[in-house]
Write a new protein. Structure first.
Length: 423
């Protein structure tokens, strides 16, 4: 069953989050990246990003924000605003936006929808409308679109349609009625932007109304989990990106059910004999990404997004003291790439005399590009040799020079891996 979505609208103006389409005052602290991360953690299914820039400088600032947001969060971005040509659509997609919406109040954007749909695929293109006439126009061009963003409720909830409708409603109370429509895929509301608004609780209310919505659900009932004599389940906690082991804690039934309901890791304190939400006092919350059970159903592995430090000492992980170690080669490929990348970054910030890396940075982008091209050619030549050793050497050389290029142009491995994962 296709799950309905709760989307958070976020308005970008002059490099910051602003209050609305017609209100350019900063929203909260104006930190769009922090707000986006908060909405992701709170349970939003996607962000609706509105670029309200009025000139090229502001537009570039909005694009830079979108790129940083896409690097920071896991939920999709649907974005639009200040789109005049195909290049603008491409920039939004390259910035990390899953879908781009075109303002159908501009006649030129209807023709642009034809170009964008043909170039990037209709699954990436939405129309944005605010009047019945614009809606009718978008529906007439439905073969070019994946869906329509409605800036108000234009009574489409009873419509049978292959298009997905995303409605920006005035109040969250409208969400239930709107999402009952078979063609309504998602609802957004300015109320969802408020830090005090409980998106997960809203989702549970919608579930009670019989609406298929994205909430956390365990495929295993608590009764099927084996606990110790005190009714407790040990939980190993791991960073969902780096796989670093962060801590070990325990859950009772109430803690487990609260974790599933809220998406925040909740434990049972054996010393205090009470329930505790990790981060409630420190702000170092752990947001659930995945829960796994072991083969005996008696130990949980929680993969989480950790805010700040997991350990009460201020260390990232509780396991920060080594008491025995045998030397070994680090073979985690991403860690090797990150370590080399960090060294290259450090050379740029702290130049070292005689460093070949600093020589490349001093010579500039043209020299770096020349070396990347030369090393790519060396790979082609080495690949004709039946002995793979030369190929390994040349690929390593190529990757090093590519990393120099990445540092020069401020692209990270996280950017690359996220783009590959999206594909």
């Amino acid at each position: 069953m296709n799950k309905k979505e709760l989307l958070v609208p976020l308005y970008l103006g002059d490099g910051a989050a602003v209050s609305g389409l017609t209100d350019q005052t900063p929203y909260a602290d104006g930190d769009a990246v922090r707000l986006s991360r908060m909405y992701d953690h709170a349970g939003a299914d996607a962000l609706l990003l509105f670029d309200l820039s009025e000139n090229d400088t502001q537009h570039d600032a909005s694009l830079a924000l979108m790129k940083e947001i896409a690097r920071t969060i896991d939920i999709p971005l649907y974005a639009g605003g200040n789109i005049c040509r195909l290049e603008d659509v491409k920039k939004l997609i390259y910035a990390g936006c899953r879908k781009v919406f075109l303002n159908f109040s501009k006649e030129s954007n209807i023709e642009l929808a034809h170009e964008a749909s043909a170039r990037f695929g209709k699954e990436k293109i939405l129309a944005c409308v605010k009047t019945a006439e614009e809606l009718a126009c978008a529906q007439a061009h439905g073969t070019l679109l994946d869906g329509i963003v409605l800036l108000n409720d234009l009574c489409v909830k009873d419509r049978e349609d292959t298009l997905a409708y995303y409605i920006v409603a005035d109040t969250p109370q409208q969400a239930g009625a709107l999402l009952q429509g078979s063609c309504v895929q998602g609802v957004a509301s300015p109320a969802f932007m408020e830090e005090s608004f409980d998106l997960m609780e809203q989702k549970h209310e919608l579930r009670l109304q019989g609406i298929a919505i994205n909430t956390y659900e365990s495929s295993l009932a608590w009764e099927d989990i084996k606990t110790d004599a005190n009714g407790l389940l040990p939980v190993a906690v791991q960073d969902y990106k780096t796989q670093e082991v962060l801590m070990l804690a325990y859950m009772n039934r109430e803690a487990f059910e609260m974790t599933v309901r809220t998406g925040k890791m909740t434990y049972w304190s054996r010393s205090r004999q009470e329930l505790w939400i990790k981060g409630m006092t420190s702000g170092h919350f752990q947001y659930v990404k995945e829960l796994l059970i072991d083969c005996d159903n008696d130990t949980l592995l929680a993969k989480v997004s950790q805010v700040g430090a997991a350990c009460h000492t201020g260390n990232r992980s509780c396991f920060y003291r080594s008491i025995l170690k045998k030397e070994y080669d680090e073979t985690n490929p991403l860690k090797v790439f990150e370590d080399v990348f960090s060294i290259i970054q450090d050379r740029r910030i702290h130049p070292k005399e005689g460093s070949y890396t600093n020589y490349l940075f001093d010579k500039g982008i043209d020299k770096i590009l020349k070396k990347v091209g030369e090393e790519a050619t060396e790979i082609i030549i080495a690949a004709k040799n039946p002995d793979p050793e030369e190929l390994k050497y040349e690929i390593s050389d190529f990757l090093y020079h590519v990393m120099v290029l990445m540092v020069q142009r401020k692209v990270t491995w996280e950017d690359i891996t996220k783009e590959l994962a999206r594909r």
